[in-house]
Design a protein around this ligand. Sequence first.
Ligand code: HEC
Length: 198
Amino acid sequence: MKISNSPKETEGRVRLTGISLAAVAFAAGLAAACSGEAPERPVVVADVTDLMISVLEPAAETYWDGVGEILVEEGVHLIRPLTDDDWTALRNAAFILAESGNLLMMDGRVRDRGDWMAHSRDMVDAGRLALEAVDRRDADAVFDAGAEVYYACRDCHARYAAETLRPSDPRSTAPADSLGAVAEDTSTGDTTDDQGSR
Ligand code: HEC
């Protein structure tokens, strides 16, 4: 049994090993570069503003519009999801809202690793709540989850986009036909976040 090599032999082998390792690493790098095997990374296509306007806002509107009340001359008209398609639309919107929270956490959009991540996480949670309400086909729960979604938007805006506090609080009791009344929403009077909104 040969336990040790002469210093010369060992040196030679170490050197050889070093060379082969470098060669292997180089070959692997070349192969990866040629065959596109480098690890794929997510690519940011929509910046935060795009994501707000094209993804979050439409999904939130769909969700908020799903359940509610409209004041009409004869009284109050209840809006409820009726058909399977109505519920599917709400379900799709809830998924978009939840996953948007994850999209906000991506490199290229994330603003910091603290509050931004927490607010994004709140968006995910609100979206999941919205989804659960839909899956129970519980219109009242959809209404309540809509409020949680709204708070997730509002709280992040209060911290990072004070000028874009969302004006149209879906929980507002103001008549929908009066923009001024909606902007002057007072239904969240327990906070000061809305001050200075347009
Ligand atoms: C994690 C933070 C965060 C969350 C959650 C969030 N937003 Fe935003 N939003 C922002 C920021 C930041 C801006 C300002 C744009 C910028 O700074 O790039 C913004 C801007 C907006 C704008 C204005 C875009 C423009 O410039 O015209 C709208 C509309 C909007 N958000 C809607 C929503 C809605 C609806 C929700 C919830 C469903 C929401 N946002 C949730 C961070 C957030």
